[in-house]
Design a protein around this ligand. Structure first.
Ligand code: AMP
Ligand code: TRP
Length: 340
């Protein structure tokens, strides 16, 4: 059981280097990472091995990785406090993923809703890697004996699978305290940022409409325009959070407002209750620009020096390997390989 795990607390999380990052990634992940680094040891991974579960252009992949690294730094993650590296530079991930392939059950993977959503009717044509994606994710976390995993709500099921794998490994090999059962850190504002065009769908990189999301690279003008065009309804700003339940588009914007302004949804409503959506959206756009413009600026400055980003990633990769390699060496011994 997790409470019998004696090792140190360690935060682990990952972000895919596919497509531009958006406000959901910032509020649901990056902003939380920057806060956590002050309280716990943190390892943040740019998961390029996960990225190739769907086709990626080899000419763009390294740049996409640098883009995420720059976003981490611009969001306040400090490479002196936290390790920020790319997955493919540390061999422990692929090795442990294979061992976990032999622990995870096909029935467990068949239940994963993200694969079903991504594959749709074409599951026969998807890569085996896309199906196996959650096993690699478990290997990511457990190669570091990660105990806490900050993610958005969409990753809850993958985290449950990680715990199932850790528990089965510990049980099957008779090492009850070896792997921790990693806990998701999901709660709090920004755990599920919704699309600007449809309050029942989450903001996503893969939404065909760019107007549905605010990208971290959008200019102030573009941000203001997207918020002005965001879907609301014909009413006015409600007075209580209870009323938001039946108004998903409005609820989505109020949640974004609260998360950006670091206030509660009730406080957002107190400030705007009974008002028209025009002024509400103007206030939201102002806050969004205030928060995001400095981040976009910093990101661009980091991206202007790709060699420095590469040096940071390489150093961090070495640090990450120093933690993960001995853990995977222990796994080899536990499994019983000759020479381990
Ligand atoms: P991804 O871009 O899918 O690799 O996600 C990177 C991180 O951002 C993960 O922790 C996700 O759970 C989180 N995330 C992605 N979309 C959203 C969203 N709309 N709201 C909150 N968190 C999100
Ligand atoms: N699957 C995660 C996502 O799409 C990314 C990820 C890969 C991850 N490995 C991880 C998140 C390990 C947390 C821990 O968002």
């Amino acid at each position: 059981m997790s409470d019998t795990y004696q090792g140190p607390n360690r935060v682990f999380s990952g972000v895919q280097p596919t497509g531009a990052l958006h406000l959901g990634n910032y509020l649901g992940a990056l902003k939380k990472f920057a806060i956590l680094q002050h309280d716990m040891e943190c390892v943040f991974c740019i998961v390029d091995l996960h990225a190739i579960t769907t086709p990626q252009d080899p000419k763009l992949l390294a740049d996409q990785t640098r883009h995420i690294a720059a976003a981490f730094l611009a969001s306040g993650v400090d490479p002196k406090k936290a390790i920020v590296y790319n997955q493919s530079s540390v061999r422990a991930h692929t090795e442990l993923a294979w061992y976990f392939n032999c622990v995870a059950r096909i029935g467990w993977l068949n239940r994963m809703t993200q694969f079903k959503d991504k594959a749709g009717k074409n599951s026969e044509k998807m890569s085996v890697g896309l199906y196996d994606y959650p096993v690699l994710q478990a290997a990511d976390i457990l190669a570091f004996k990660g105990t806490h995993v900050p993610v958005g709500e969409d990753q809850k099921q993958h985290l449950e699978l990680s715990r199932d794998i850790a528990q089965k490994f510990n049980h099957d090999y008779g090492v009850p305290h070896f792997f921790p059962l990693p806990k998701p850190l999901i709660k709090g504002p920004g755990a599920k940022v919704m699309s600007l065009r449809d309050g029942t769908k989450k903001m996503s990189k893969s939404d065909p409409s760019d107007a549905s999301r605010i990208n971290l690279t959008d200019s102030a003008d573009v941000i203001a325009k997207k918020i002005r065009k965001a879907k609301t309804d014909s009413g006015t700003v409600p007075e209580t959070t209870k009323e938001l339940e039946a108004r998903p588009d409005v609820a989505g914007l109020v949640a974004i407002y609260a998360a950006l302004a670091n206030i509660s949804e009730a406080d957002v409503l107190t400030q705007h209750a009974g008002g028209q959506f025009g002024p509400f959206k103007q206030a939201l756009a102002d806050i969004a620009v205030d928060v995001l413009a400095p981040i976009t600026d910093l990101m661009n400055r980091y991206l202007a020096d790709p060699d420095e980003l590469d040096r940071m990633l390489s150093r961090a990769g070495d640090q990450a390997a120093q933690i993960a390699d001995p853990i995977v060496a222990d796994v080899r011994r536990i499994i019983g390989f000759r020479g381990a």
